[in-house]
Structures are given as C-alpha cells and as structure tokens.
Design a protein around this ligand. Structure first.
Ligand code: ZN
Length: 269
C-alpha cells in the first residue's frame, strides 16, 4: 500500500531502526523490488531521480506504474514514492501533483541561505499535506564533510523532516577504503534532533551501516549496489545463453541477482 514516508520513518526513528530507499529505473525494477521487499515483509522507499523520472516518461507515469503494480502484485507492505535529489522547485511541484509522497530537495551546492529559501518555498507549496521533505547539507561527494553549524542553521530555519549530511559518504563506487566521520554524524544528530539519511550506502560494510544507524541514521539509500548486481546477472545470463534474444528474458537475467542483493540488505535491519 502507498503511504507517506513520514509514517514509515516515524516507526524506524522511534525504534532505532533504518528503512531502505532503493532507486527504480523501469517497470521490471519496480516489480523486482516490490516483490522482494514484500517477500521479506519490509517497508520500502522507491527513490526516483529526475533523470529516472524522465526515462520512465514523467512523474505521472512513475506514479501509475508503482500504484498499478502495488495492486496487481498484491503488495501489502508500506511503500512510498520519493523524488531523489531534486534540484528544481518546479519539478518538485510536478512530482507532488503526480502523487509522489516525499521530496528530497538538493540545494547543497548553494549557500545555506539559498538552501533555506528554496526548502521553505517547497514546504509552502506542500502546505500541510502529508508529504515528507528531505534536505541536504553537503554536498555528498568525495572529500566533502558537512559543516555542523550549517546543519543546525538549516534545520532551524527550514523545517525538514530528515537531513542528508555528508560524512565522507559518496555516490557510486568507493575508490579505496570507506572512511566515515562518525564523530560528525554523532554531533549532527545531537544538535538537530531529527532523523538522518545516509546517501551512497552502497559499498559500506555491515558494521559501519549498523554504527550509522546506532548514531541516528534512519534511512539508507542504495542504488549502485543494485545496479551492479543486476548488471552482473544480465552479463552472466547472456554469456550462458547466447541464443536468447527475447528482451523480457534478457532483462530478467538480472532479476535473481537483484533480488538476492535486496534480500541481503534487508536482512541487516
Ligand atoms: Zn543521494
């Protein structure tokens, strides 16, 4: 069933647990993710970047695909549809109007004052509706560590529901060892008293993820690990079945690998 992410997070936050965001790319990925999370009886946040929304022919189509699949696959777990890394308020409005249940506004490369201004514009547009807002102080990239005072200022002046802060995490594949600043995470958590989201969690090992959750992370974003799992499954399938050309079967070569990756992630929390 489609729910607000606020509801999902409240439960995770109060119980010191984390909920996963898995990013979606097409009909098959939505199906595979929903089926596996439902099998494991775990709630899920479906992350949609603006490029993924464009690829899937717009926010309305994404919303329709997800809600139709919830129905046709008899999905009973709580599911939310989240606009990931939005950098344009007008795009956010389109996603909200299409039925998305949460928005991450990423103005982290702007000044904290501008970030506050645009986040409040989004909150005003939402106007009390049950739509969660995620903000970012970072940006999340190599060598970036969020400024604690910026985090405090941002949350104080823009009432976001959850904060993404860079603590040494990056998107994509980590080059070399993962080095997270747990002291910074702890300080942010103590000072803002809101749930925190860990972006770029692919490639971060189990003890580190668990430590993040113990220090206040309530949402874990996984994209790259799913892409790699699916890609490796497809490559293997094609190598083992060189005469198969049916697109449904070719895309489906990645199904088991993707589902196994999801199952492994879900088993941690
Ligand atoms: Zn991210």
């Amino acid at each position: 069933m489609l729910v607000s992410m606020k509801e999902q997070l409240k439960d995770a936050y109060l119980n010191g647990k984390a909920i996963y965001q898995f990013n979606i790319n097409n009909l098959e990925w939505i199906k595979y993710i929903l089926e596996e999370c439902n099998n494991q009886s775990k709630p899920v946040i479906l992350g949609v970047s603006s490029s993924a929304a464009k690829y899937m022919c717009g926010y309305k189509n994404v919303y329709s695909m997800v809600t139709n699949l919830l129905d046709s696959l008899n999905i009973t777990i709580p599911v939310s549809i989240h606009f990931d890394h939005a950098s344009d308020i007008e795009e956010c409005k389109k996603a909200i109007d299409a039925g998305f249940t949460s928005i991450m506004l990423d103005y982290s490369s702007h000044s904290v004052e501008e970030n506050i201004k645009y986040t409040n514009e989004l909150i005003n547009y939402i106007n009390g509706r049950d739509i969660l807002v995620e903000g970012e102080i970072g940006p999340i990239k190599e060598g970036s560590h969020a400024d604690l005072n910026d985090c405090i200022k941002y949350v104080k002046n823009a009432n976001v529901d959850i904060l993404a802060a860079s603590i040494g995490n990056i998107h994509g594949i980590y080059q070399g060892e993962v080095n997270l600043d747990f002291d910074l995470l702890k300080s942010i958590k103590e000072n803002i008293n809101k749930p925190i989201v860990l972006h770029g969690a692919s490639g971060i090992n189990e003890p580190m993820l668990k430590k993040c959750v113990s220090l206040g992370v309530s949402k874990i974003n996984i994209n790259t690990d799913l892409q790699l799992a699916w890609y490796n499954g497809v490559r293997k399938g094609i190598a083992e079945n060189p005469n198969v050309y049916d697109p449904r079967k070719v895309i489906g070569f990645g199904e088991q690998a993707l589902k196994e990756c999801i199952k492994e992630k879900l088993s941690l929390f």
